[in-house]
Design a protein around this ligand. Structure first.
Ligand SMILES: [Fe+2]
Length: 186
């Protein structure tokens, strides 16, 4: 059994993923099938970073059902910096945090899907990275995404971004705080 806050959030995420089309819709269907088919183990121990102060204003700016459901879940997550973040790069070090809702070390421990979230201070650039699984982002705020096959794009809080498997990609916050969910079958 999942607790109600997580269960409600996952239901809202499944509804949110219905905006996807094409290859992104296949990724969406896969991740939803996996989390609906099996409940992973629980994990305790929330962690917070100062950048989490930007979650509430991001949700307030675009208070959709998914964002509001996420806001209830956020305090229970383990917020961490990207493993490669360097404290000498203060803008990035202080400007971002990630947390896993589902996945290794996530709120629900599992090895078949990553459902994560990134929050960023206005103006922060999240550097180029890549990973073997395809990825779908659901923005909960304004923000811009880039990949090696796509110019910088802001799909808006009702849109989505699809990154094909292995492609180099990045994201950045504009003048508003950045908040986005990411979904990967692994
Ligand atoms: Fe990614």
């Amino acid at each position: 059994m999942r607790d109600k806050v997580l269960s409600d959030f996952l239901d809202a995420a499944a509804v949110g993923l219905a905006v996807t089309t094409g290859a992104a819709a296949l990724v969406a269907a896969e991740v939803v099938t996996r989390w609906q088919g099996r409940v992973g183990g629980p994990r305790g121990g929330a962690e917070r970073l100062p950048v989490c102060d930007w979650i509430a204003p991001a949700v307030a700016a675009h208070p959709g059902a998914l964002a509001q459901s996420f806001a209830k879940l956020a305090p229970g997550l383990r917020w961490q910096r990207r493993a490669s973040a360097d404290p000498r790069d203060a803008a990035f070090w202080n400007g971002h945090a990630n947390a896993l809702v589902l996945g290794p070390g996530g709120l629900e421990e599992r090895d078949d899907v990553w459902l994560g979230v990134t929050v960023m201070v206005p103006g922060t650039l999240y550097p180029d990275h890549s990973h073997p699984p395809a990825e779908v982002y659901l923005p909960l705020s304004a923000g811009e995404w880039w990949n090696a096959g796509m110019a910088w794009t802001d799909p808006g809080p009702q849109g989505f971004i699809y990154n094909p498997p292995g492609i180099l990609h990045a994201m950045r916050a504009g003048p508003e705080p950045f908040l986005a969910l990411w979904f990967l079958p692994i």
